[in-house]
Write a protein that binds this ligand. Structure first.
Ligand code: AMP
Length: 224
């Protein structure tokens, strides 16, 4: 089972992604988290990626594409959920090429739709749990408000990611996401077209403006 998930930063993509991982037992491959690990452990790749990440820009394709394709190539039979990649047309084409070359296909492509302004507000309210990346906390979303200043799920310490509080960086990230010509929406629509033609891939569009539970129910109803 191979799944792609698209959604602007702030759309609840991580939360719905966790649901898909649980259901299908697939590995979670999150490009942003892979980069953060490299930065954290000071690898050469991390040193190269850091400045782009801090500016809210994409890490160049010549670094990102081989890194992700290498990780995909090392996964077992259970498959994966790929999150945060592809972010542009070049990445989309290279991913499609690599999958086709390996005799693989995508089972699901999930796109979460959300207006840009809503996404921005949600990002600025997002808080990370020190114990678990998948514990949702957001000071601007009633349903997942933290318990005081602690994680609502486990009581762990919370922090805001520095790039979540940088409005200029958020705008840059959204410029890339909402770009339908060569950015992330272009990549999503590229796979939408493929899904319409190949008869193997189910493309699911979700309205991201509702509650987490509503989005989850809508997603579940469309999985076979
Ligand atoms: P994210 O956690 O998905 O917002 O990713 C954090 C940062 O990692 C992004 O702002 C980019 O600098 C970098 N990054 C993550 N995924 C990609 C990608 N597919 N292509 C290029 N850069 C990426």
């Amino acid at each position: 089972m191979n799944i792609l998930i698209f959604g602007p930063n702030g759309s609840g993509k991580g939360t719905q992604g966790a649901l898909l991982m649980d259901r299908y037992g697939v590995a979670h491959i999150e490009s942003g988290a892979v980069f953060r690990q490299h930065v954290g452990s000071g690898t050469d790749l991390g040193k190269k990626a850091k400045e782009y990440m801090e500016r809210g820009e994409l890490v160049p394709d010549e670094i990102t594409i081989p890194m992700i394709l290498d990780i995909l190539g090392k996964q077992g039979d259970k498959g994966w959920l790929l999150d945060g990649f592809p972010r542009n047309m070049e990445q989309a084409r290279k991913l499609h090429e690599a999958l086709t070359g390996a005799g693989m296909h995508l089972d699901y492509v999930v796109e979460i739709l959300l207006p840009r302004e809503t996404a921005k507000k949600r990002i600025m309210g997002r808080r990370l749990c020190a114990n678990n990346n998948n514990h949702p906390n957001n000071i601007h979303i009633d349903a997942i408000k933290p318990a005081g200043d602690r994680c609502r799920v486990c009581g762990g310490a919370l922090s805001a990611r520095a790039d979540d509080q940088n409005e200029e960086a958020i705008n840059k990230r959204h410029d890339i996401y909402y770009d339908e010509n060569s950015g992330t929406l272009a990549a999503a629509h590229y796979f939408k077209k493929i899904a319409a033609q190949d008869g193997k891939t189910t493309y699911i569009e979700l309205d991201g403006s509702g509650s987490i539970d509503h989005i989850r129910a809508t997603l579940l109803a469309q999985l076979h």
